[in-house]
Design a protein around this ligand. Structure first.
Ligand code: ATP
Length: 293
């Protein structure tokens, strides 16, 4: 309910998704407090390749300064690369996404985009160039069409429908008597997890960002949604630098590279096949933890 109070802008969408992704309503207040800390100003890049580097990043949440989350982390996402991040619960996977979107800044080290420190870039511009598909995307109390239009306010109905088709959402939307005008959210129809994810994917298609952050659902979707979501995501990721917080074997197996996070550091990096051929945390995680898919 707090979420509808946000302004109708790209940042509202990202914030709402982050809040939902982090799964804790009480963090709303913390995030609201953070908002002015990362002010306006900074440059916009005219052309964004989508090259991301974390260099020696040390980070602890401001509310828990004595608990280090990242401890000198280095990682690189090359332009267009699909990188899956795995690691035990609490390893800092979601934290990477928060730092990349500049909801927080590291205490030490830096995050660079196309060689520019994120702190030198305009936050609004940065967020316009980042698409996010959360585990359980937050829908606003308005029509499905307007929920999709969050991705690009001002998009025409035809563009909204085109995005919905690319997201494999058009068919189910059309089955509602009121189609794209169907009200969702608190007082509207309840969508399944997979249907909500496809609305979030349609938003991201409209937004057309260079960088994508996907937080994969931990709970299984129904079989039809599972297939349609996966298919739509594959199309969405094409040509974009993508960071996936991965929970499924099929996702890590298809990623260009897998990073294993533990103790605030990247401890293993490679393709699924190469990591499976070594002793280590990755193989143990795969054997124990992944949802079979
Ligand atoms: P999971 O797989 O369980 O989602 P994760 O790898 O994404 O975990 P993070 O959510 O990044 O882990 O959390 C890393 C650490 O930071 C954890 O110890 C967590 O409790 C802590 N943490 C996360 N968000 C906050 C916050 N807003 N304030 C304080 N501590 C936080």
């Amino acid at each position: 309910t707090m979420l509808v109070a946000f302004s109708f802008s790209g940042i509202a969408e990202l914030w709402a998704d982050f809040m939902r992704a982090s799964g804790a309503a009480e963090r709303v207040f913390e995030l609201l407090d953070r908002k002015p800390a990362i002010g306006a100003g900074g440059e916009q890049l005219t052309y964004l390749r989508g090259h991301v580097q974390f260099r020696g990043v040390h980070f602890a949440y401001p509310s828990r300064p004595d608990v280090p989350v990242l401890q000198g982390l280095d990682l690189e996402l090359r332009p267009g690369e699909v990188v899956a991040v795995v690691g035990p619960s609490g390893a800092g996977k979601s934290t990477l996404a928060s730092l990349l979107s500049r909801f927080y800044d590291p205490q030490n080290g830096e995050v660079l985009l196309d060689g520019h420190p994120l702190t030198s870039l305009e936050p609004e511009w940065l967020r316009r160039n980042i698409g996010m598909v959360a585990q359980e995307p937050q829908l606003f109390s308005c029509s499905i069409a307007d929920n999709i239009r969050y991705g690009r306010p001002g998009a025409t109905d035809a563009q909204v429908e085109e995005a919905a088709r690319a997201a494999n959402a058009h068919a189910y939307i059309e089955r509602f008597p009121e189609g794209y005008g169907t009200q969702v959210g608190e007082r509207g129809v309840q969508l399944s997890g997979g249907q909500k994810q496809r609305v979030a994917i349609a938003r991201a298609v409209l937004k057309d960002p260079r960088l994508l952050i996907l937080d994969e659902a931990t709970s299984a979707l129904d079989a039809e949604s599972e297939h349609l979501v996966k298919d739509a995501l594959e199309r969405l990721m094409k040509g974009r630098t993508t960071l996936i917080i991965a929970h499924r074997l099929s996702t890590v197996a298809n990623a260009d590279r897998v990073l294993v996070l533990d103790g605030g550091l990247v401890i293993q990096s490679g393709t699924h096949a190469s990591l499976m051929s070594q002793e280590g945390l990755y193989r143990r995680l795969v054997e124990r933890q992944f949802v079979a898919a």
